[in-house]
Structure formats: structure tokens, C-alpha cells
Design a protein around this ligand. Sequence first.
Ligand code: HEC
Length: 400
Amino acid sequence: MQAEYAYVLEYLNFAIRWLHMIAGIAWIGASLYFVWLDSSLLPPKDQPSKDIGIGGEVWALHGGGFYRAQKFSVAPPELPTPLHWFKWEAYTTWLSGFALLVLIYYVQADVYLIDKSVMDLTPVAAVSLGLGSLIVTWIIYHLMCLSPLGKNEPLLAGIMFVLLGLLAYGFTHVFSGRGAFIHFGAVLGTIMAANVLFVIMPGQHEMVRAKVEGRAVDPIHGQMGKQRSVHNTYFTLPVLFVMISNHYAGFTNHRHAWAILMAISLAGALIRLYSVLSHRGEKRHMLWMSGYGILIGLFVALWPKPADPSLAAAVKFADVKRVIDAKCAVCHAAKPTFPGFAAPPKNVVMETPEQLRTLAAQINQQTVATRAMPPGNLTQLSDEERTLIGAWIAGGAKLQ
Ligand code: HEC
């Protein structure tokens, strides 16, 4: 039964993740395109376009065809059919992302969400904190946008950045590294999808209703929708980073993981700001330079420190083998004994001395450099044991 259960989880993980990626590409692709479109609009030159209320237009060449996209200042005189809406991309992305969050981080909270060396949470407490954070941050953000603060975008952005920094700090002090990062991304993704569901779509429905009933369309709905879609565009690069962050335990398990997360988010937002402005013809090179500057700074700051060579000489392989048998091979064996594992994760098996020697670099990366393994420190690998493993590898991973 256990093997079937693990198989079902793994298969669902795959199927939903694939869907999440496809929907996410459709959503973010459309979102990037429309922001580009808006920034590239030029006033129409011909009188008929001006007469029907076109505020701006773009000519484009793509896939062997000429396209002319026109944006009405408020709304067209007649409601056209069919009229394309863009919402299911957003909803599907959020729903599949949430399903993945539940499947990986909530169903397997002990393995992926909780790290007892960070905080000894019960699964129920951890999951409640995670879910609560998604709801509370949306409400705070939404109220800030509706308040007078919503009219001062730079101030709003500054306050949001500080609040998100506090949240990142909080997450990394209650959850595992991966769990913290994924919740940061889930908070941003939830704000993005909720912007579509609760602000952009209702505004568009009201615009359409006004049109059908022959009332004048209030431009406030268009403006509010625009504000939220601009916010969404600055969240996209940080969210995409979080989606891939669980491959980079050097970030997620770092002592200052929250600062790394905020630095990369800031870099992403600056690079995005550069591209948005450059479509409008403003080339603010300082923006992308600062973004990449942050990334390079991070690379230098995280440069690995070499192991102490004097320790390496004193290490006995038998001690290393004993630690790995007890703390790693419970999962990384042809037939794992750790509950919930039917097969060795990532096919990494650490049973024979030769296997250990072949895997030495990876073992060092996972346990010493990034502290990614054991996940959530489930088998409680101590700092002394990590130093022992690091020293053994620094000494050439000898089998005696
Ligand atoms: C509770 C089970 C468990 C224990 C104990 C465990 N691992 Fe892992 N290990 C995993 C899982 C799950 C993955 C796959 C992680 C992923 O998908 O990102 C993994 C992946 C790995 C990888 C491959 C990483 C990659 O991305 O290629 C290495 C190397 C590794 N573990 C080393 C170790 C070492 C060394 C120890 C002991 C200090 C250890 N693991 C203990 C579950 C475990």
C-alpha cells in the first residue's frame, strides 16, 4: 500500500506541475505582452480611429503577419462579439499551484514544510500558518491599494517591500528553507490571482454591463484594473524565481535565506522595471545594472569557504560510513526504510563505499555547502557530523 501511495503522490506531482507550468506560461506570457502593448501605444494618426475613441495603437509583425492593435481610451461605441477575456490562465495557474502546495508541502508537511531545527511545529500548526499567511497578506495589500496610499505608487511599493521582507524573515524562522520560499511565492501568486478575480474581472464586468445598458463607462474601473496589472508585472520575476528556488538549497537553507530571497526579488523587480520603461522609450540602464549587480554581489557573498585541511587528515572512513548509514541511507537505499519512501529519491543510493566515493561531490554540496540534506533535517544530522563529512571529502574521499 505504501508503495502505491508514494506512486500516486509522485504521479499527481508530475501531472499537476506540468499543468501549472503550461498555465503559468500562458498567464505570464499574456501579462508581459499586454504590459508591452500598453507601453508601446502611440496616438493613432488617422481621423476615423480618433473619431471612434482610439487612444493609442501599435503596429507589429509576428509569424509572417502584420497586426494592428488599438486601445480605446475608455470603451468602443458598440460591444464587439466575440470579446476575448483573459482570466482562466490566471485561475488555472493559481489552482494548480495551490494543489501542488497542498500535495507536497501540506500532505507531506513533516518532510517538506517543517524543519524541527527551525521550529518544532505540528503539521496542523504549520499548515494553518501557511494558509493564514496567504489570506492575511492579500487583505492587507488590498486595503493598502484602496486607501490613499494606493495613489502614491512609489510609497506603496516601498511599504510593500518592507512588509514582504518581514514576511520572508518570518517564514524562514518558522518553516523549512524550501517551505519558507514556496510560501513567499505563494503569497505573491495569490495576490496576483486575487487581483484578477476580485479587482480586474469585476471592473471589466461592470464596464461591459454599463455598455450593454447604454450607460457611460466609468474610467475608474479601467484605472484600478491597470494599477493591479502593473503590480502583477513586478511580482512575476520574483514568483518565477521562487518556482525554481527549491533546486537551490544554497539559497533556501542559508542562514540569511530571507535576505537572499529579498535581494533576488528586488533584482527581479528592477530588471522588470527597466524593461517596462524601455518599451516606452526610456532607457534607464541603471535599473538593469543594479539588478544584475545584486545578483553578482550574491554570487560573491555566497562563495564557498574551503574546508580545514588539518581536519581531513584525522578522519576515518568508518566514522563517515556510520553517519551516512544512519542519517542518509534510510532514504538513499535500493529499498529505503524511511516511512513514505518507496524508492531512493532521485535514484541516489548510498550503500556501498564505492557509491559514497562516486557521490562525494554531491554529498558535500547537499550536506555541507547547502545543508539541503537530510530534508527538514529529518534524521538530525548534527553540525559535527556535517564537518566530519566535509573534512572527509576535502581530504580526497578516501575509503579507509
Ligand atoms: C527523509 C529522506 C532523506 C534522507 C534521510 C536524506 N535524503 Fe537526500 N534526498 C531526499 C529527497 C526527497 C531528495 C530529492 C530532493 C528533491 O527532489 O529536490 C534527495 C536528494 C538527494 C541528493 C540529490 C540532489 C540533487 O538534486 O541531485 C543527494 C546527493 C542527497 N539527497 C544526499 C543526501 C545525503 C548526503 C543525506 C544524508 C546526510 C541524505 N540525502 C539524506 C530524501 C532524503
